[in-house]
Design a protein around this ligand. Structure first.
Ligand code: ADP
Ligand code: ZN
Length: 205
C-alpha cells in the first residue's frame, strides 16, 4: 500500500563559474545534513588536487572530508548504501556517467547535491552539468564578482595560454569575469592581471 511515509530522493545542482561559492554552498548544505544526523558521503574527482587530496576545499578555505574517485562510476563502488545524502564537488570533471549515477542515487531515495562549472573557459556548456540541470529538482546558479569591473560574473576567464579543456588551477590561472569583460580563450591584453596589480584601465569601449 502506498502510504505517506516514503522517502523520495532528489537532485540539487549548484552551478556557476569558478570563485562563485559553489564549494562553499555545497559544504554549507552538507554540514546542515550532518547536523540533522543524516548519513553523508562526499565525492570529488581525482583530477582536482589543487589543495587537499581527501577534502573538498573552497577558495576561502572551508573544508569537508571527501572520497576521491576516478569518475562517476567510482561513486557507486565507494558508496555505502546506507548513506542518505551524497555530495559531489567539481562535477564537471566526473564524466558523462554522472547523469546516470545521480539519477540512480536519487531513485534509490538519496538526496544528491552536485556542484560544478556550467561553462568552460570558452563559455560553452560544460558536460555533464547541462544534462543534470534538466534532471534536477533544484537548481542554484551562483555568480562570482568580475575581477575587471566588479559586476556579477558568470564566466571563468582563463589567463594562461592553453587550448586544453582542462587546466587545473585556481588563483592566477583563472579569474571570474562578467559577460562584458569575458574574452573567450586567453585575454589579449599584454600584461596578465595576476602579474601586475592594479589592473590597467580597460579604457573606453
Ligand atoms: P567555487 O567552488 O565556485 O570555485 P568557492 O566556494 O571555492 O567557489 O570560493 C568562493 C570564495 O572565493 C568566496 O567566498 C570568496 O572568498 C573567494 N573569492 C575569490 N575571488 C572571488 C571573486 N572574483 N568573486 C567572488 N568570490 C571570490
Ligand atoms: Zn566585468
Amino acid at each position: 500500500m502506498d502510504v505517506l511515509i516514503h522517502n523520495t530522493g532528489w537532485i540539487e545542482v549548484v552551478c556557476g563559474p569558478m570563485f562563485s561559492g559553489k564549494s562553499e554552498e555545497v559544504i554549507r548544505r552538507l554540514r546542515r545534513a550532518i547536523i540533522a544526523r543524516k548519513r553523508v558521503q562526499v565525492f570529488k574527482p581525482e583530477i582536482d588536487d589543487r589543495y587537499a587530496s581527501d577534502e573538498i576545499v573552497s577558495h576561502a578555505d572551508a573544508r569537508l572530508g571527501a572520497i576521491v574517485v576516478k569518475d562517476a562510476t567510482g561513486i557507486l563502488t565507494q558508496l555505502d548504501w546506507r548513506t542518505q545524502v551524497v555530495g559531489v564537488d567539481e562535477a564537471n570533471f566526473m564524466g558523462p556517467e554522472l547523469v546516470r549515477v545521480a539519477n540512480q542515487l536519487a531513485d534509490a531515495g538519496k538526496q544528491v547535491i552536485i556542484a560544478g562549472l556550467d561553462t568552460d573557459y570558452l563559455g560553452r556548456p560544460f558536460p555533464p552539468i547541462p544534462d543534470l540541470l534538466t534532471m534536477a529538482e533544484s537548481i542554484t546558479k551562483t555568480l562570482a564578482i568580475c575581477m575587471r569591473c566588479g559586476n556579477p560574473a558568470k564566466h571563468t576567464q582563463r589567463l594562461v595560454d592553453s587550448e586544453d579543456l582542462i587546466v587545473v588551477g585556481a588563483a592566477g590561472m583563472y579569474e571570474a569575469r562578467c559577460r562584458r569583460c569575458f574574452e573567450p580563450g586567453v585575454p589579449k591584453q599584454e600584461v596578465l592581471p595576476f602579474l601586475r596589480y592594479p589592473l590597467r584601465d580597460p579604457g573606453p569601449g
